[in-house]
Design a binder for this molecule. Structure first.
Ligand code: TYD
Length: 136
């Protein structure tokens, strides 16, 4: 499938509100793929940028568990900036989308729910290669 930014969507997860603190949960069926891995970015220094790649086959959902950051997505034809700052809202990034993560607030934590285990062969890390891949 030739994915585009039209395939990108936010997913709101259920929250159990409580005066003692809120609880959000993500269980089977709440996201549109089966996941095999969770990883998270933390202690991101001020001004640092992450991402700078696309995945060939892997879906991912990004959540700002704490703080905020921007996710700039690019489908090879257009770019759009998504600001994540809500711990019960995920951004579903389908395969074949270039992503840059910027503007991390102090203490921000980016949780990623990934479809597959880590596999460097699933990455495109060169932007020109990404553009050729999308055209091909
Ligand atoms: P990368 O996916 O490029 O991080 P980001 O997109 O957040 O900037 O990965 C950075 C490094 O971490 C790279 O050397 C691969 C390694 N890594 C793992 O070993 N396991 C993982 O699950 C992930 C996501 C990365």
């Amino acid at each position: 499938m030739k994915t585009t930014l039209n395939n990108i969507q936010y997913i709101d997860f259920p929250v159990v509100k409580d005066y003692r603190g809120n609880l959000a949960f993500i269980q089977e069926g709440a996201i549109p793929y089966n996941f095999k891995r969770i990883y998270y970015l933390f202690d991101v220094p001020s001004g640092a940028e992450r991402g700078g790649h696309a995945h060939i086959e892997q879906n991912e959902i990004l959540i700002a568990l704490s703080g905020s950051f921007d996710v700039v997505l690019d489908d090879g034809e257009s770019k759009k900036k998504y600001t994540l700052n809500r711990p019960a809202t995920g951004l579903h990034i389908v395969d074949g989308i270039w992503r840059e993560l910027t503007n991390f607030s102090s203490g921000a934590i980016c949780l990623v729910i990934a479809e597959d285990v880590y596999n460097e062969a699933d990455y495109i890390r060169d932007y020109q290669e990404f553009l050729s891949y999308k055209k091909g």
